[in-house]
Unconditional design. Structure first.
Length: 90
């Protein structure tokens, strides 16, 4: 997903990206993904908002259950002016 978001917008080959001048900051430590880890990542990114983070792309691949704390972090990021994009499974 990040590759599609960051691809060149008009490459004249057939694929068009969304934000071709984007810098991608991957956040993944290789461990099992927990709600707590997602909350920590949002806290980090919201703090980095001062450093020009504008979009959060979530591709966490968990089941359909939800955490109110994660929902609250998504709302906090949105209130800070960030766009939060959450991918859907195939």
């Amino acid at each position: 997903m990040a590759g599609i978001v960051g691809a060149i917008r008009n490459n004249k080959i057939g694929m068009a990206g969304i934000l071709d001048s984007v810098r991608i900051l991957p956040i993944f430590d290789g461990k099992d993904l927990t709600y707590s880890a997602i909350e920590d990542a949002f806290t980090y990114l919201i703090d980095k908002r001062k450093g020009d983070v504008r979009v959060i792309l979530m591709t966490e691949g968990s089941d359909s259950s939800s955490s109110q704390a994660v929902t609250d972090k998504i709302l906090e990021a949105t209130a800070a002016g960030m766009l939060v994009v959450v991918t859907a499974g195939n």
